[in-house]
Design a binder for this molecule. Structure first.
Ligand SMILES: C[S@@+](CC[C@H](N)C(=O)[O-])C[C@H]1O[C@@H](n2cnc3c(N)ncnc32)[C@H](O)[C@@H]1O
Length: 344
């Protein structure tokens, strides 16, 4: 079976690796920064697909075709959807809805895509069964996902319902600058952590990184620290919802003085505040400078951070003998951030 998996743009290779390791998936296509990969899996893999931590959605891919951006090309899209085999999944007895996404330069909108694709599904079902299927936009039995990304159209059947899996169920407390769990999991995978060794997020906010670490590494001691006691309370609530609160040590403390709280830590994985959120460049510079100096005193192996302050991190890492062994660009909300891995 061919699946289309969506992930955070910039983490396609990590999602492909995870799908290979957990589902035995074979990679068919990976387009960097597109947030989509195509894999082939055995039928039994469907039961395991919601265990993938790096993906947002999983879909059964019915068709992938080239499509141009002019308005007349919507007719081609109609043909692609109608001949995709969608009538195997949508019948006169199953309600359906089309969810459309579009990115790139086109003369049509995602609403146009949804309308044309919806008509095409109805035509295909009517041609096969002699009756049209019921449309239910709020609670459909089957969701047909039609994405036009640049010059490519994807027609697929949604497996994850309307809720993206990156909104993991444990988020009972929402930190104002929370990280997507899929990015947290991607950062943890990239750090090449050995299960059993200690992991700390010294600026953990609502606890996303330590919680994802708890899912991925069953034996590792986990530490979640933040300077704001309200966030530590929120992180504790999220960890309790994830059934991981007993495994995580919570510290109300300052990442600029790590030696005061921990002896040594094997891996740090963190999402420090970005400059544009802190406001003043002076505050950013002093926070990063003091944090990296303090981390270099307790770090045993590797530290992975996501940041927009990559120049500053490079300068400070060099000063403290931390080697940058990996760097990549990822989408983070409406920003392009970098994941950087520093080795002690
Ligand atoms: C971008 S947020 C982290 C969000 C987190 N990854 C999540 O998913 O909820 C950055 C956090 O750094 C914390 N912080 C800022 N300065 C700090 C310091 N000196 N020591 C510890 N935490 C600090 C802030 O309170 C904030 O919660």
């Amino acid at each position: 079976m061919r699946l289309l998996l969506t992930t955070n743009p910039g983490l396609e290779d990590v999602a492909a690796w995870e799908a290979g390791a957990r589902l035995g998936a074979r990679l068919v296509e990976e387009r960097r920064l597109h947030g989509r990969i195509i894999v082939d899996v055995g039928d039994d893999a469907l039961e395991l697909v919601d265990e993938l931590r790096c993906i947002h959605r999983a879909r059964i891919l019915l068709s992938k075709a080239s499509i141009c951006g002019e308005r007349r090309c919507l007719e081609e899209l109609r043909g692609v959807v109608a001949s995709s085999g969608v009538d195997e999944y949508v019948t006169p007895w199953t309600s359906f809805a089309v969810r459309a996404e579009r990115s790139g330069q086109h003369e049509y909108t995602s609403m146009d895509v949804a309308r044309v694709a919806g008509d095409a599904v109805i035509e295909a079902v009517r041609a096969r069964y002699g009756r049209r299927p019921p449309v239910n936009l709020d609670h459909p039995a089957v969701i047909v996902a039609v994405d036009v990304i640049g010059d490519t159209a994807y027609v697929a059947i949604e497996l994850s319902g309307d809720m993206s899996w990156h909104r993991r169920g444990y988020r009972v407390y929402e930190h104002p600058a929370s990280l997507k769990p899929s990015i947290a999991a991607g950062m943890l995978y990239l750090t090449r952590i050995r299960d059993g060794e200690s992991i700390m997020d010294p600026m953990c906010g609502g606890g996303t990184i330590p919680i994802e670490a708890g899912y991925l590494f069953e034996e590792s001691p986990l530490v979640c620290m933040d300077i704001n006691p309200r966030y530590i309370e929120g992180a504790r609530m999220n960890a309790a919802a994830a059934l991981l609160d007993r495994r995580i040590r919570f510290i109300h403390g300052d990442a600029r003085r790590l030696k005061d709280y921990v002896g040594s830590i094997d891996y740090m994985v963190s999402n420090p505040p970005y400059g544009i959120r802190l406001g003043s460049p002076r505050l950013v510079r002093s926070l990063y400078r003091e944090f990296i100096a303090s981390a270099s005193e307790v770090l045993e192996k590797r530290m992975t951070i996501i940041t927009t302050e990559h120049r500053l991190v490079r300068e400070e890492a060099e000063k403290h003998g931390l080697r940058i062994i990996h760097e990549r660009t990822v989408a983070h909300g409406n920003l392009w951030a970098r994941i950087m891995i520093l080795e002690a």
